[in-house]
Design a protein around this ligand. Structure first.
Ligand code: ATP
Ligand code: MG
Length: 268
């Protein structure tokens, strides 16, 4: 990693149920398994990433909500997941932030400022965004260096993608010039489905190398693990789902290394 602190990645797609949270929790666990220091930020009032990491959202006095409104620091609000990474948790309190932040100065950069206080303690900070292009998501995109876009290869997926790319461009123009697309991730993939294959081919045609070579298959263990408060890696290490997310972490780390090698003269 670079010496300047964590690489911050927002996991985002305004479409619901595409695998954002599953990706957040399982990528966090996989990166932790490769000895990376990881903070997973739950930026969704549903609190699914919190629960899926084994932290009871109902029992929390302090959450990301209190951080966004400036009442608590990240250091005060974060929790340790049993799976080896930290979580900045969320629950329904966060739904109020959307309204309360409208009044506040620099409402788009609250998360960015908060994460800057702990960035040196992590290699990766992953942000699980809600299924909306709202102020919470804008906070996520403003705080991030890059975005991972999980998507199901369905008929309307590409249409939704152009809305999201539009939002990313607007955030880049107004709030965060450095924001890049880290990668597009095909989730819940069923290779026997012809339409999925066609959409996947179109995705590769449009976005080329931005599409991860790792594909996340539809796998029931990934769906079962959250009800046990565990990433799939802890729940069933040998499952196809757990292995796919380990492969994704590997692909991400390889890419980061080859970028670093190209940028650093000593490697030449
Ligand atoms: P939301 O937009 O509501 O935040 P999301 O994009 O975070 O949703 P997830 O919650 O990760 O999506 O996934 C939606 C549902 O699909 C969940 O029940 C999850 O367990 C299940 N799921 C996710 N990925 C897979 C997979 N690869 N195989 C099987 N089930 C999956
Ligand atoms: Mg989610």
């Amino acid at each position: 990693m670079t010496g300047s602190g964590a690489r911050i990645i927002a996991i985002t797609n305004q479409k619901g149920g595409v695998g954002k949270t599953t990706t957040g929790v399982n990528l966090a666990a996989s990166l932790a398994a490769t000895q990376r220091r990881v903070l997973l930020v739950d930026l969704d009032p549903q609190g699914n990433a919190t629960m899926g990491s084994g932290i009871d959202k109902r029992a929390l006095a302090t959450t990301v909500y209190h951080v966004l409104i400036g009442e608590k620091s990240v250091a005060e609000a974060r929790q340790r997941s049993g799976a080896g990474f930290d979580v900045l948790p969320a629950n329904r309190d966060l739904a109020g932030a959307e309204v309360e932040l409208i009044e506040v100065e620099q409402r788009e950069t609250r998360l960015k400022a908060a994460l800057a206080t702990v960035a040196s303690e992590y290699d990766y900070i992953l942000i699980d965004c809600p299924p909306a292009l709202n102020l919470l998501t804008v906070n996520g995109l403003t705080a991030a260096h890059a975005v991972i876009i999980p998507m199901q290869c369905e008929y309307y997926a590409l249409e939704g993608l152009s809305d999201l790319v539009g939002t990313i461009k607007r955030v880049r123009a107004n709030l965060n010039p450095q924001l890049e697309i880290e990668g597009l991730l095909r989730t819940m993939f069923d290779p026997r489905n012809t339409l999925a294959q066609q959409v996947s081919a179109q995705l590769l045609q449009h976005f080329g190398d931005k599409v991860y070579r790792t594909v996340i298959p539809r796998n029931v263990r990934l769906a079962e693990a959250p009800s046990h408060g565990l990433p799939a890696l802890e729940f069933d290490r040998s499952s196809k789902g757990a292995q796919a997310y380990l492969a994704l972490a590997g692909e991400m780390l390889n890419r980061a290394e080859s970028v670093a090698r190209q940028a650093t003269p000593e490697y030449r």
